[in-house]
Design a protein around this ligand. Structure first.
Ligand SMILES: [Zn+2]
Length: 81
């Protein structure tokens, strides 16, 4: 399988269509909310898909691979902890 796609909620999403990923699970307080505890992944054109934590983490990894992110120890802007 190509690194260009990541699988979320049984859909293969091209990583270049992803605008952002939620860092925390969705919570809006509505009693009938179907998305509580899921992570929103926003796509171009206002579409969203909803991922569980594992899918969200895999998606992040896929984006990093696709973007060719350098290893952390080579990042000159890395802040010391
Ligand atoms: Zn909600």
């Amino acid at each position: 399988m190509s690194d260009v796609f990541c699988k979320v909620d049984d859909k293969n999403i091209p990583v270049y269509r992803i605008m952002w990923l939620a860092d925390v699970p969705h919570f809006c307080g509505e009693e009938d909310c179907m998305r509580e505890g899921q992570y929103e992944i926003r796509l171009e054109q206002g579409e969203s898909v909803w991922a569980n934590r594992e899918e969200r983490d895999r998606t992040l990894e896929a984006i990093e691979r696709w973007a060719g992110m350098p290893p952390e120890d080579e990042d000159p802007d890395a802040e010391p902890w």
